[in-house]
Write a protein that binds this ligand. Sequence first.
Ligand code: G16
Ligand code: MG
Length: 575
Amino acid sequence: MDASIQAKVNEWLNGSYDEATKEEIKRLEKDSPDELADAFYRNLEFGTGGLRGIMGVGTNRMNKYTVGMATQGFANYLRKTYGDKPVKVAIGHDSRNNSRFFAETTANVFAANGIEVFLFEALRPTPELSFAIRTLGCQAGVVCTASHNPKEYNGYKAYWSDGGQLVPPHDKNVIREVEAISSVADVKFTGGESRISIIGKDTDEAYIKMVKGLSVYPEVISKQHDLKIVYTPIHGTGITLVPDVLKAYGFTNVSIVEEQATPDGNFPTVAYPNPEESEAMSIGLKKAKSIDADILAGTDPDADRVGVGVKNHKGEWVLMNGNQTAVLAFAYAIEARKKKGLAQPNDMVIKTIVTSEMIDEVARQNEITCYNVLTGFKWIAELLKEKEGKENYVIGGEESFGLMIGDQVRDKDAVAAVALLCEMAAYEKEQGRTLYDKLIELYIQYGFYLEHLISITKKGMRGQEEIAEMMQGYRNNPPAAINGSPVVQLLDYQLQVGKNLKTGESWDITLPKSNVLQFILEDGTKISARPSGTEPKIKFYFSVNTKLAAKDQFDATYAELENRIKGIITDMKLK
Ligand SMILES: O=P([O-])(O)O[C@H]1O[C@H](COP(=O)(O)O)[C@@H](O)[C@H](O)[C@H]1O
Ligand SMILES: [Mg+2]
């Protein structure tokens, strides 16, 4: 084993760690040295969504000690930032195995450092934590969750006073404080229990009231109150709020997917508790079909991602991808504001650079500013904060099933999104059509954009190197053409440079550095590649577009765009 890894292993074997941890390290030394190396070769890092890792012993794993160290560093940073002023934090968690334990550990460490803690009485959706930070006037917050990752993972989403996840300089500063802790013996695990208060029902009520206030057409819901809704929380936290929110909106015909209704960290019915995966939505889909529902909605374990199923123009059930849902939601928010006379000249929307450009087009045609930020909802929250008081935030979202409506929550909110999407379905039903029919209309109006995502999983130390090599390969030898269409622009977000390959002209990219490459082809196709910041994956995003003249050409045009995507995937040797 590499000497630096061995040194870390020894530190754990000889330091203030519990016996069970030491025993497990010894077992791994004997039985699985590779696994041991993977558990210690690096420290868990703050990625797109905070800390995320497999649960187990080691510096590269989620356990009492890595959570304790992260919290001690966070507490030290809060102390440095606020000096002697009182500091308050809110803490939540999801349904994962150990999430409650990690949340209590986090609460105890903050409290032992003299910080006042509001700990949720039990599991709650992530967006409610963001809301609680703001309403309780906290300086920071944490949710113990690994979101939609498989069951062996857990994580630590860290928040600042605005209710958004940590962005620079705070993320780097917290990490610096964590790294400055020389020994786990310096983590204060106990000693401040009286500073912990339990929160729950009051915050739930305030949150539900706030979400109800986001409804644009309550009068339509009164008419369509019996819209047939099927909802699955996929064994997660959504069950604690989504049914109540739908009730508050006035919906009376909601069926819960019983098999997935109970919060369970083993996610017994799915391999990936991620509404992006059709498997996670399949039981819900079956139920929706069997009762001839109007809409199916599913949320991930921490209820910030939403997946939607509807009937298409042929009456067949389809699961929409995150771009389709986002296009519909943005168009609804923008159009409804106009129709209701609420639109303001400084209205704006925010999306990420890997999310469909159809949204930019919707915004352009409606004369609304559309900002593009890096992947990660924290960047949407960050920009909103920067524009606060100057511009009017309407909606934000990203292709990975995330939407944020209104500005009372500063992270993606699947609870509010389910309510809004059901309202949208009711609105369309009132006009005698489904959300899918509406989507086709939007394609005719704004251009037909079709997107597809491929994620290639490459686990462990070697996997990470391979992903880095792939990115470097594209960077060093960018393709001249893909699937027969010349690459006309190359955007490198790491080097912060965009280049027109035809004219040689180049420009600065003003977003923070990030390992993302984008190829723009002559035919309008956009291909993005980036390593995931939450899972051991490299992600490729494909977006193709064309015009759609009329509804009766939808199927043929869809097939044509699908073929283009297939051609690209084959040409790039990704399958
Ligand atoms: O995991 P969640 O639902 O909290 O979501 C997090 O991860 C997603 C995937 O990120 P990546 O592509 O880097 O894996 C991001 O799009 C999202 O903004 C972030 O909040
Ligand atoms: Mg999530």
